[in-house]
Design a protein around this ligand. Structure first.
Ligand SMILES: [Zn+2]
Length: 326
């Protein structure tokens, strides 16, 4: 294992390689002549009580006592994906995998990709490098033992690889990960990577190359708007997600959409949390499944590995660097 200094330090990213066009003559979508690409459908597999918005209200020590609902949401999403013949990447918490091994096997058996969401939803910004390494190593091992296949993708809880925490990329590479989906190129309190590229690209670090797969954004008036997932998808007009994915397709690259099992679980317990946490977590739940049906009817989706972004970028490392706030 390579030596990575402990403590906070800025990363060693030096260049990136943008994904070249992956246009595919698909037929789905509105009847336009827009290029069709396979977008990334991704699911962060966690319990409703593990979300960062509930951190002040639900102690990790109490997690084991709360009603588990994750299987309900996951099975609803598996059925949705099956109806639309779509594949997805499921970023799974090690904590969930340890308690629901059959659920993770069922996801893999349905043809979806299993990736890592870390062990216990601890933000990267709340971890030392050693703690982070231990979390991503343990999660990878548990998931690989379950599905019998390499786990090469990672998404940080709450997109918490932010400026100053790029050391996480070196550790991910050293631990055998090939791609990351944590850099949300938006500006907002709590997370975000302003200035990050919007389309998949190769990150070159001192430890090697990692493909970055950012969540989809919509760029308007010189600003990146979060458009494709979570509360943004539930609370903002549907047209934002659709426009973001259409814009990606016009650029010939996949857009990355994300959702959580609890976002389709209407009967989850209502926890006594603040007004803002309530809006963020419970707002728009009732309409989410209908929106997902519409999205999957309008666009073609695949897993990150299935859509080919990672393999293409790893094989295109010789291409001239292109990266920035575009
Ligand atoms: Zn999460």
């Amino acid at each position: 294992m390579r030596n990575v200094p402990s403590g906070r330090r800025t990363g060693s990213l030096d260049s990136g390689v943008a994904l070249s066009a992956v246009a595919d003559p698909g037929t789905r979508g509105d009847a336009s002549s827009e290029p069709q690409v396979e977008h990334h459908f991704t699911v962060d597999v966690e319990e409703y009580f593990q979300v960062s918005a509930f951190e002040p209200y639900v102690s990790r020590a109490d997690w084991g006592e709360l009603q588990s609902r994750v299987a309900i949401g996951v099975h609803l999403l598996l059925a949705l994906l099956q109806r639309h013949r779509a594949r997805a990447t499921f970023f799974v918490l090690g904590w969930v995998a340890e308690r629901h091994p059959e659920l993770i096997k069922a996801i893999a058996d349905a043809g979806h990709e299993i990736a890592s969401h870390g062990w216990d939803h601890c933000r990267v910004t709340d971890q030392t490098p050693d703690q982070f390494r231990s979390s991503v190593r343990k999660t990878k091992r548990v998931l690989e033992d379950l599905v019998g296949a390499p786990v090469i993708g990672f998404r940080a809880p709450s997109f918490s690889i932010v400026r100053g925490y790029e050391w996480a990329f070196d550790l991910l590479i050293e631990e055998g990960y090939c791609y990351d989906s944590s850099l949300f190129p938006i500006r907002r309190p709590g997370y975000g990577y302003p200035g990050g590229a919007r389309d998949p690209y190769a990150l070159c670090t001192r430890s090697g190359t990692l493909v970055e797969v950012p969540p989809a954004t919509l760029r308007r008036w010189g600003v990146n708007l979060p458009a494709a997932g979570g509360a943004y998808f539930r609370l903002l007009p549907y047209v934002l997600a659709r426009t973001a994915l259409r814009d990606s397709a016009r650029r010939g690259v996949p857009g990355t959409f994300y959702v959580h099992p609890w976002e389709v679980d209407l009967d989850q317990p209502r926890l006594p949390v603040s007004w803002s946490a309530r809006v963020r977590h419970y707002g728009g739940l009732r309409g989410t499944m209908a929106r997902l049906e519409r999205l999957l009817a309008e666009f073609r989706f695949n897993s990150v590995c299935g859509a080919g972004a990672v393999a293409r970028l790893l094989s295109q490392r010789h291409v001239a660097p292109q990266q920035g706030d575009r």
